[in-house]
Design a protein around this ligand. Structure first.
Ligand SMILES: Cc1cc2nc3c(=O)[nH]c(=O)nc-3n(C[C@H](O)[C@H](O)[C@H](O)COP(=O)(O)OP(=O)(O)OC[C@H]3O[C@@H](n4cnc5c(N)ncnc54)[C@H](O)[C@@H]3O)c2cc1C
Length: 403
C-alpha cells in the first residue's frame, strides 16, 4: 500500500494502545493511510485494563472505546491484530516490513459471540475477548487446550479451527511510527518486595484489574486470598524503580495512579485504612497536584514519606508485615497490612535501545531508532494525555514532506 502520490502517505504504526490509536486516527483524518500492527487480540493497550482514569476519575474505557470504534470503521486504517514486525528494511522512498500474524483459533471475522464455545469448554479456556470489545468476539488460547475440541463441535459459524498457521505479509510504508508501549518488569528477583509470595501482594496493574468495576469482582474491594474486605492497604511507591538494580528511571505515572487507586478504595470503603508509602510525590500535570491535595486535606488516605526494606507474609498467611522507615519522623516501623500494592515496575517495551549514535541494526527491534518516530510510553513513561500529545506530534512528523 506504499503510495506514489507524495501528498498521501502510508504509515506503519506499531502498537495499538492509546498512542498508536491516536496517531492512526490523526493520520487517517488528514487523508493518509495506516497499517496498524498490534501484537494482542484487540486494540486498547494497557488503558483497556484500567478502571477509572486520573485526573477526571471518569471511566477509562469509555473514551477509548469510541476511539477503537473509529479506528475499526475507518477504511484508511488497516488493522493487523495478533501481529508483530519481523523485519523492517529501508528501500527507496520508504520501508518494507515483514509482519507475522499468529495463528488464531477463533477467526474474529466469523465469530458471532454466541458463547457456545465458552459453555462447552471443560477448561474455561474459551472466553470473551474483553467485556467491552467492539465487535465482541470470543478467544481461545490454543496452548492451554487439551484435545477435546468440544468448541469446534458447537460453533455454529465454523469460526474455530486448531489447524490454522501463522501468516507472513509484506507491508510497504513511507514512514514508521513505533508506539509499542510498556510492560511490567517482574519484581520476583527483588525478594524484599515479596511479590509472588502471597496473593495479596499485587502490582499496580494487577490491583487495577482486580478492583475494576468492569472486571471480575465488579468493583468490590476484596482480598485475593480469601475474598474478605481488607482492613488496610499499603501502596508502595518506586517498587523496582529509581533503583540501579532494576529500573534506574522514575516510572512517572505511578504517584498519580496510586493516589487514584487509594481514593477509589476510600470512596467505596471509607473504613479501609489506605497508606501510600512514597519517596517524593511526583504529580506533574495540569490539575494533578490538586488531585494529590485531596489526600493531604483529610479524605482519609494517609501519605507516609519513606521506603520499605522488607515486605513479607505473616507466618499464618493472614496478612503481610512491612518494615519501613518514615523519613520525615526518622522512625522505623513494622506494621501489618491486609493488602500491599507495588507501584513502579514499568518499562518501555523496547528494553534495550541502541546507545545514542550507535549504528542500529535493521533487524530485531534495534531497527526502531533508525526507522521510526516513537510516541507514548515506549519513548518515555507517559500518561494518557501525554501519550496522545506525543502521538499527534509523531503523526505530524511523518507526514511533513522532508524532500
Ligand atoms: C496501574 C496503572 C494505572 C494507570 N492509570 C492511568 C490513569 O488513570 N490516567 C492516565 O492518564 N494514565 C494512566 N496510566 C498510564 C497509561 O497506562 C499509559 O499512559 C498508556 O497505557 C500509554 O499508552 P501507549 O499506547 O503508549 O502504551 P500501551 O498502553 O502499553 O499500548 C501499547 C500497545 O502496543 C502493543 N505492542 C507492544 N509491543 C508490540 C510489538 N512489538 N508489536 C506490536 N504491538 C506491540 C501492546 O500490545 C499494546 O496494545 C496508568 C498506568 C498503570 C500501570
Amino acid at each position: 500500500m506504499q503510495t506514489t502520490d507524495k501528498k498521501t502517505k502510508t504509515v506503519l504504526v506499531v502498537g495499538g494502545g492509546v498512542a498508536g490509536i491516536s496517531a492512526a486516527l490523526d493520520l487517517a483524518g488528514n487523508g493518509h493511510r495506516v497499517h496498524l500492527v498490534e501484537r494482542g487480540y484487540d486494540l486498547g493497550g494497557q488503558v483497556a485494563k484500567l478502571d477509572k482514569f486520573y485526573p477526571t476519575d471518569h471511566c477509562a474505557f469509555c473514551p477509548l472505546w469510541t476511539e477503537i470504534r473509529r479506528c475499526k470503521e475507518d477504511e484508511a486504517i488497516a488493522i493487523h491484530p495478533l501481529s508483530r514486525v519481523e523485519t523492517l528494511e529501508q528501500q527507496p522512498g520508504g520501508y518494507r516490513a515483514v509482519v507475522v500474524q499468529s495463528a488464531c483459533v477463533v477467526d474474529p471475522s466469523l465469530c458471532i459471540n454466541c458463547g457456545r464455545c465458552e459453555t462447552a469448554c471443560p477448561k474455561s479456556v474459551a472466553k470473551p475477548i474483553w467485556e467491552h470489545a467492539y465487535p465482541p468476539v470470543h478467544v481461545i488460547d490454543g496452548n492451554r487446550c487439551g484435545d477435546c475440541r468440544a468448541c469446534v463441535e458447537v460453533c455454529p459459524t465454523k469460526a474455530i479451527a486448531f489447524d490454522r498457521e501463522e501468516q507472513r505479509v509484506a507491508l510497504d510504508a513511507d514512514e514508521v511510527i513505533w508506539a509499542a508501549g510498556f510492560d511490567e518488569v517482574s519484581l520476583a528477583p527483588m525478594k524484599e518486595y515479596g511479590w509472588g509470595t502471597h496473593p495479596d501482594i499485587l502490582t499496580s496493574l494487577e490491583f487495577e484489574a482486580w478492583k475494576a468495576e468492569a472486571g471480575d469482582n465488579q468493583g468490590k474491594i476484596i482480598r485475593r486470598s480469601d475474598g474478605a474486605v481488607p482492613r488496610s492497604i499499603l501502596f508502595v511507591q518506586c517498587a523496582g524503580a529509581r533503583d540501579l538494580r532494576l529500573l534506574p528511571h522514575c516510572s512517572a505515572v505511578c504517584c498519580m495512579h496510586a493516589l487514584k487507586q487509594a481514593q477509589w478504595v476510600k470512596r467505596r470503603h471509607p473504613d479501609i485504612d489506605c497508606v501510600i508509602l512514597y519517596t517524593d510525590l511526583r504529580t506533574v500535570g495540569r490539575d494533578y497536584y490538586e488531585y494529590a491535595l485531596r489526600d493531604f486535606n483529610g479524605n482519609g488516605v494517609r501519605l507516609v514519606r519513606g521506603r520499605s526494606s522488607l515486605i513479607t507474609p505473616l507466618p499464618d498467611g493472614n496478612g503481610i508485615a512491612v518494615k519501613y522507615e518514615d523519613t520525615i519522623t526518622g522512625k522505623r516501623e513494622i506494621r501489618q497490612f491486609d493488602m500491599v500494592v507495588l507501584n513502579g515496575n514499568l518499562q518501555s517495551s523496547l528494553a534495550s535501545k541502541p546507545a545514542p549514535g550507535a549504528r542500529p541494526e535493521l533487524s530485531g527491534e534495534g531497527f526502531v531508532t533508525a526507522a521510526a518516530v516513537s510516541c507514548g510510553f515506549v519513548m518515555e513513561p507517559a500518561d494518557v494525555t501525554e501519550s496522545a500529545i506525543q502521538a499527534a506530534s509523531a503523526a505530524l512528523r511523518t507526514i511533513t514532506d522532508k524532500n
